[in-house]
Design a protein around this ligand. Structure first.
Ligand SMILES: *Cc1c(COP(=O)(O)O)cnc(C)c1O
Length: 459
């Protein structure tokens, strides 16, 4: 064993070799030395356990080089999302439109008028330009942009109802994945939740009876990821606004997704529109930037000027504000809404959601034989009716007809199937499908780069 230990090279002598000098050039001296120390430790452990040198120790340079290459693989790898969910939260939700992508790289490279007004060289307001655009698109008086919609809800509550109570229907106490639960957000914002009604039915009189001197707000929350069916009753925004006006209380609405266009015009299930709530007199409406809007992660609050002013001045706004990249991406995305005729082409989210069934079916028929050839003898490839989802809690009960390629192992073995799924997940561009009834399903609604899929399957 001693002789084995003595065969391990000294780090200094390794570093004098040409191979290691070029590694040091490429990756930096410190990183290389840290790695070599670690490898030496591993080699000693290996010798102790196995009484022989580890396989890789025949070529230290090659082993070190491949380990260093691995550190370069991004934690944010690009993938092919064929999961059937268009806005997949774990895969980063909306894909941005090209103008938004260009806008982000422009503001990254150059100083910008983020809080600088060119006319009087004074300090401008970072949400100003976007607020004007949002007002134009929604008819709201003003707007405020924060990091995400959860932050928007937190800010509305913290700024408008500190130490006060907020009335919400029991049927609307939603939990949105992760840890966003309306009751918890209320606690964090320092307000008291006053639940009214029952899970399935809430009436206007429930809200009226709940209001006391402590009440600061009436709140509606869009039940974006579930639906209560059967014997139900919810109070509409219009009714609640009428009550709010009578009692002099603002009504706020957490819309979650919210679409600035009427999705039913595109043959999609309708989703509430922020501008409709503004028109109904709701004081503040919040929604996400990266759900149906198809932009960057952001929380958008639109509504009455005086209330937005209070949000802008609250200390939490400083903590929750967005950076220039988000503002640039959001501005470029919103500008596309000024030209709605082109939206379904330009906005990837809408483009994918509005793909027609015949279009997806033709794509599946085109691709099936190519994939079959690549997987001949191992898997049978077929076209199958599938259902895509919008995702991110939007319209959870509505599904969009789609077509998937199903890859079924010829030997019927579950391990063959898992091995394929694993190979596709670990490829250069991982392919994300879903396993269902003994096959790997690749839903094609979200496939735009066919050549890439073929390359990843061919391996
Ligand atoms: C998605 C959603 C949220 C959270 O929005 P994020 O942008 O993910 O922070 C809050 N409320 C509702 C109703 C939602 O649908």
């Amino acid at each position: 064993m001693k002789t084995l230990f003595s065969q391990l090279p000294a780090i200094d002598s390794l570093l004098r070799q040409a191979d290691f000098q070029s590694l040091s050039d490429r990756w930096g001296h410190r990183q290389l030395v840290t790695l070599l120390r670690l490898l030496q430790q591993q080699a000693r452990q290996y010798i102790q356990q196995h009484q022989q040198l580890p396989e890789w120790s025949h070529n230290w340079a090659e082993h070190a080089s491949s380990l260093l290459e691995q550190t370069r693989v991004s934690g944010l790898q690009s993938v092919l999302n064929l999961s059937g969910t268009v806005l997949h939260t774990n895969l980063g939700r909306a894909l941005l439109a090209e103008p938004a992508v260009s806008a982000v790289s422009r503001v990254m490279r150059s100083p910008v008028t983020l809080e600088y007004a060119l006319d009087d060289a004074g300090r401008g307001h970072r949400d100003r330009a976007l607020a004007d655009l949002l007002c134009q698109l929604t008819g709201a008086e003003d707007a405020c942009i924060v990091n995400n919609n959860a932050a928007a809800v937190l800010l509305m509550l913290a700024a408008l109802a500190p130490d006060k109570s907020v009335v919400v229907s029991r049927g609307e106490l939603v939990e949105i994945g992760g840890s966003f639960r309306i009751p918890d957000v209320m606690t964090q914002a320092g307000c008291t939740l006053h639940e009214v009604g029952t899970t399935n039915r809430t009436h206007l009189k429930d809200y009226r009876q709940a209001v006391t001197a402590e009440t600061a707000l009436l709140m509606k929350v869009h039940t974006s990821n579930y639906q209560v069916q059967g014997f139900t009753k919810a109070v509409s925004e219009e009714e609640l606004v009428a009550l709010g006006n009578e009692l002099n209380l603002p009504v706020i609405s957490d819309l979650g997704s919210g679409s600035l266009i009427d999705l039913s015009l595109y043959g999609l299930p309708p989703e509430p529109m922020p501008q409709a709530l503004i028109a109904a007199g709701v004081s503040l409406v919040s929604f996400s930037g990266d759900k149906l809007l198809g932009g960057p992660q952001a929380g958008i609050i639109i509504g009455k000027k005086a209330l937005i002013e209070r949000l802008q001045q609250h200390p939490l706004k400083r903590a929750l504000r967005v950076d220039k990249m988000t503002l640039a991406a959001l501005e470029a995305t919103l500008q596309l809404y000024l030209h709605p005729e082109k939206l379904a082409q330009q906005l990837p989210t809408l483009r994918l959601l509005t793909r027609t069934l015949p279009d997806i079916a033709r794509q599946a028929e085109r691709l099936a034989p190519l994939l079959q050839t690549a997987l001949e003898g191992q898997f049978s490839v077929e076209c199958a009716d599938s259902l895509s989802q919008i995702g991110s809690g939007s319209l959870p009960v509505e599904q969009l007809p789609s077509v998937a390629l199903t890859l079924t192992p010829c030997d019927g073995s579950g391990s063959t199937l898992l091995a394929l799924a694993a190979r596709l997940r670990t490829g250069e561009v991982p392919v994300i499908g879903r396993i269902h009834h003994g096959s790997l399903w690749l839903d094609l609604r979200t496939l735009e780069d066919e050549a890439l899929l073929i390359r990843m399957i061919t391996g």
